[in-house]
Design a protein around this ligand. Structure first.
Ligand SMILES: Cc1ncc(COP(=O)(O)O)c(C=O)c1O
Length: 432
């Protein structure tokens, strides 16, 4: 199977030993199911790798845009990770989950004055400042609120991760951060250092997502460390923290490349140590911000088949009771997924069809070119794998479709509802 957490028992697909068809029957579909064991395993792999490296006091900061609800922040906190948050909504969710906000890093290229004030009130540990205006505004608001706010400065190192344009964020012309190449990053660092109510702790970059090339982070580190040296020479200030963002890729389908993240981190740290020695700067504390690689393969989405349309001589469609509202990633990026028929998991799958959703939109395709058992039909349970990241968090109410529930399987095999299914009344709750 694609992951060790998956198996087939009595012809039915299981996750952590739990029969997924049974869970679909019990909670209804569409349904997100997540494995707590997998999430914890991923957190521990990062933690163990980062604990043992030369960069002092290094840590992983979970990028909660990948999947944000209270139970996730609780698990992340229990595993000792920080949290990257990008909106008042994510901040509030983390806060209400009891997350220690001093371990939160507030990202984003356009924080409003209201966002800034709210984040300071909630005790967010670090702001990752994106631009000149934010530095001015944050200093002013921090002064009014009588705090000295720790910040990192988001810098674009000019690295192309060679993944997808939509998720490549470290290039010079990115909407995020200030560019090293144009000299603006140095100017922004000087501006931040001139502010009485800001405490510049270091620099941040994020080059992109779905990175499998281990060199990408090393190249980013080389540029960032060169920049740290530059800032030191021009201002006397030496960064304590180097945050290289997230982006490690995960396996969505058989045959896709894989990366040994812990050994990649160790290699990266050795490279950082060598470069620092060469440049004559201190080895900074390292932060990594994994999102997808923490939660993606913990999740499976379950659907019920409504119809099978055979357009003779053309193509076939299997229609399900969810779609781009709970998983917009194919519509957005043509993302690939592995699709299985959960209640007929041991049957030969050679009936080709596109898996499509229920929205009034031809582009509502979850995955084209899937293979199903030839007796697939109404009532069968379809499982889309690796949906733990950027599915629930990207879900919408298009066509006034309610978002599915999220069920989490605990390490002891029992399950709980982490997020309730949106009801019809939820959908009209804010209508006047
Ligand atoms: C600033 C930042 N950090 C971390 C991440 C997480 O990336 P991934 O989920 O690919 O690990 C993102 C993703 O967009 C990001 O923008």
């Amino acid at each position: 199977m694609l992951y060790e957490s998956l198996d087939i028992k009595n012809g039915r697909l299981t996750l952590d030993g739990r029969d997924l068809t049974e869970l679909a029957e019990k909670y209804g579909t569409p349904l997100y199911v997540m494995s707590e064991r997998t999430i914890r395993k991923k957190c521990r792999a990062y933690k163990t790798a980062l604990d043992g490296i030369a960069c002092p006091d290094s840590s992983a900061v979970y990028a909660s845009k990948a999947c944000s609800f209270k139970a996730v922040y609780k698990i992340i906190n229990e595993e000792g990770l920080g949290a990257d948050v990008v909106s008042p909504g994510e901040i509030y969710t983390a806060y209400k989950a009891g997350f220690p906000m001093e371990k939160a890093y507030f990202q984003g290229n356009n924080k409003t004055d209201g966002d800034i004030e709210f984040a300071i009130k909630c005790g967010v540990g670090y702001f990752v400042c994106d631009n000149f205006e934010e530095i001015d505004a944050l200093d002013e608001i921090a002064a009014k609120m009588n705090v000295k706010q720790k910040i990192l400065l988001r810098v674009t190192p000019g690295i192309d991760p060679h993944t997808y344009d939509e998720v490549a964020t470290g290039k010079v012309d990115s909407k995020f951060g200030v560019a090293v190449e144009t000299g603006q990053a140095l100017e922004a660092a000087k501006l931040a250092l001139s502010k009485k109510n800001l405490d510049l702790k270091g620099f941040h970059c994020h080059v992109g997502s779905m990175v499998f090339d281990s060199d990408v982070f090393k190249r980013a580190a080389a540029v960032m460390l060169g920049f740290i040296k530059d800032v030191k020479e021009h201002t006397g200030c030496e960064a304590e923290i180097l945050d290289l963002g997230g982006g490690y890729g995960v396996k969505y389908y058989e045959g896709q490349g894989e990366l040994d993240i812990p050994s990649n981190i160790r290699e990266l740290s050795r490279e950082i140590e060598n470069i620092c020695q060469r440049l004559g700067i201190s080895v900074p504390s390292l932060r990594l911000e994994p999102g997808r690689s923490i939660v993606a393969d913990s999740g499976v989405t379950l659907y019920t088949v409504g119809s099978v349309k055979k357009i003779t001589g053309y193509k076939n469609y299997v229609s399900i009771d969810g779609g781009m509202t709970d998983n917009p990633r194919y519509a957005l990026y043509e993302s690939k997924y592995t699709v299985l028929t959960a209640n007929k998991a041991d049957k030969k799958a050679d009936f080709p069809a596109d898996l499509v959703g229920r929205c009034c939109e031809s582009g509502d395709i979850v995955q084209p070119g899937c293979l199903f058992p030839d007796d697939i039909g109404r009532g069968d349970t379809v499982a889309v794998l690796t949906t733990g990241a950027y599915n629930y968090s990207m879900a919408s109410n298009y066509n006034r479709i309610g978002r599915p529930a999220v069920v989490v399987i605990k390490e002891d095999g029992s399950e709980y509802i982490a997020v309730e299914r949106e009801s019809l009344d939820d959908l009209i709750r804010l209508d006047r």
